[in-house]
Each structure stands twice: as structure tokens, then as C-alpha cells.
Design a protein around this ligand. Sequence first.
Ligand code: 7TS
Length: 424
Amino acid sequence: MSSAVPLDALRDTHAPRVEPLDVERVRQDFPILQRKIRGKPLVYLDNAASSQRPRVVIEAIRKLYEQDYANIHRGVHTLSQVATEAYENSRDKVRQFIGAADRREIVFTRGTTESINLVANSFARPRLQPGDEILITAMEHHANIVPWQLVCEQTGARLRVAPISDEGILRMEEFARLLTPRTRLVAAVHVSNALGTINPIRRMIELAHAAGIPILIDGAQAAPHLRVNVQQLDCDFYAFSGHKMCGPTGIGVLYGKLAHLEAMPPWQGGGDMINVVTFEKTTYNDPPQRFEAGTPNIEGGIALAPAIDYLLGLGMDRIAAWENELLAYATQCAADIPGLRIIGTAPCKASVLSFVLDCAHPHDIGTILDQEGVAIRTGHHCAQPVMQRFNVPATARASFSFYNTREEVDALFRGLRKVLEVFG
Ligand code: 7TS
């Protein structure tokens, strides 16, 4: 795939023209953005690691603890019913957010990592035989590598990896070639956290299905930034995390087609996931409860709904449009910094500017930027194979959210000029 391909052909969500966001007003919704770091205004550019939370989410948790808190799914008393209703309403909200057909297809987990481990253990492991293959890409987060390595070790299956180009674009002809009669599952990232690449997942899903292979999409970096519709995509599984999309930490989602979830055995045993328990035999609950053993993250589940409402209120298309503008501006500014090399130059990217400087290690860059109040992430971003592919030990990564401003991008580059003064 070359950069001559029109962007809209690569995008799974065609972004129509939209009214711009009123960013200054949006920022008022995030109390932490008023904070100072080392006497300077916080410039938070570590959104790919975790986003900040709007007041509606903070207030939802406070209200729950102050007025409505009890354990869920098990009480006849009023508070338990109120909390249960709020938790289950959140499931409906998630269903709507990703366009799933049925609320039973929404499993609450701790996050993307747990969602993928659930599929690895409950869907993949029972089906895998020695010699079978699981196909991933060379731009996966460790969360979409290690669970597959574990099941491969347990079953004798083999992990195959579709390569990427020097721009950080998936080599589609290789991806297609690696879909073989031995492939039992594809697991691919929607948006790369280390490169920013948006993968053409609609096409990948079509190719996998044409070969009769189910496919899981790691949507951790996509759900906060793009409009996602799992029915239109027709993926078999889709995983994402609340904390990257303005929601609470410790709550995430596994979407799975109902037919798959119904056929899958439980992966953790305990309360809530059962029907009848005797010492002789236990029968299991239906999905999604079958996969939600024990007391869940009640406040996380409940406060995910206002986070989704907040994003939908802004509009995913407006969010994507503003973030694209910030990324384009930052990419342009980067061209003026001597010795800066962007890692990940795909034409279709979301919100991530990963880079290295000739003169300074990423950790030094991060430390100097912190002196200026600018928070970025440095390191391997839990994507060590991506670092190996680009032959760098680590990168510095600025990742943008809809509440960031052009002035904050300027602050990033002022900080980088200080790095050059010190190390250049
Ligand atoms: N997949 C992708 C693409 C990710 O970016 C992350 C987290 C995960 C999976 C795991 O999500 P979790 O919520 O279960 O931890 N990525 C990052 C990051 O880029 N910096 O910190 C965490």
C-alpha cells in the first residue's frame, strides 16, 4: 500500500465535515487541566496511556459512593437494585456506543488486556491443536501478543506475524498470504499505540472471513478517537478500555458475537457466573454473566456511561476532526526540529506522534519536558517488537486528545528546543 492511496479508502469511518469543538469550553470540564506542574500549566500529552476524566465522570462516582452504593446482582434491597440498574444501563450504553446488536454481547472486564486474555483462554485455547496458527501483526501491544504466546505454549499452536513497512503500514499482501487453512484466529490492533497507524480493519476482517477465520480487534486506541460500529465492521470480537476514553480505570469491554459467547466455556469461576452449583455439577449462567465472575468494578461500570455520553455529546466525528488537526500541526512542527525522526509515518494515523532525537535519549527528552509541565510518555510503550522493527530502544511519544490545544503543541516544541539546547 503506498501513500498514493486516498485517505478515505483507508479510513473505516469516513469523517464528514463537522462543526469544530469549542476546546476552551471543553477544557473547563476537566478539573485536572487547571493544575500546574513545577509552576507551569500542565500540558497533558500522554493520552494514549490514559486519558483524563471530565467532571461528569468524577461526579458519577461521587454520587454513587455518597448515595447509591451497594453490591449488584444480588440484593432485593433498594440500594442493590439502584446500583444494579445503573450498572446494567451502562451495558446498554456501551452496546449503543459500538453499535452492537444485543446487550448480551457486551462483557465487562478490567480492560483491553483482560478482554484479550478472556478470548485467548475461552475461545482460542479449547479450539487449538498442534500446528494451528494464530495471526497477529508486527505493530501489536504486548496485550495482543503475550496472551497468544501463552495459549500457543499450552496447545502447540504457532504464532504468525504479518509484517509492517518502514512507514508503519501493515503489508496487506503479506497479511493475506498468512491467512492459511491452519489459521484459527486473527488478532489485530485497530490503532497502533506506538505508531499511530490506523489499520484498514474492515478489509482485514473481510479477508479473514473470506478464509473462514474469526478475528479479534484490539480497539484500545481506537474507541476513544474514532466512530466504531461492530456490526458494520462485522468483527467477531472487539476489546477496549474505559480509562483511555475518559472513563474510570479498571473497567473495560469485550464485545463478542453472541453465537461465539454462547459457545464459549467460562474462564473464571465464582459468584454471578453460575446457574446452579452442587458439589457434583455446576451449570453456568448465560453470556455476558458467564464471563463476569465475582463482584465486578461496580463504580467503574456505572461511571463508564457518563463517559460515553460525554464523548457522544461532543461527537466522535468532531473529536476525530480536532485530533487530526492537532496531529497534522504537530507533524508540521516536528519537521522544523533538527535531528527529529518520526517513528510511524503512515498516511492514516490517529493522535500519536512517536519520535526520536539524534542528540538525546527519549527518557532525557521526557525529563526535560516534565520541567516545562509537558507530560509525554517515553519508553517502548509495551510494544517492544515495534521498537525492534524500527531499530530504536525507545521513543518519545506525544499523544493528543480532543481537549488539547495548538498552544499545547507549541509548548511541546518549545520544550524540545530546550532539549536541543542541553544536548544538541
Ligand atoms: N492495546 C493497545 C493498542 C494499547 O494501547 C493498550 C494500552 C492496551 C492494549 C492495553 O490496555 P489496558 O487498558 O488493558 O492496559 N496502551 C498503553 C500505552 O500506550 N501506554 O500505556 C498503556
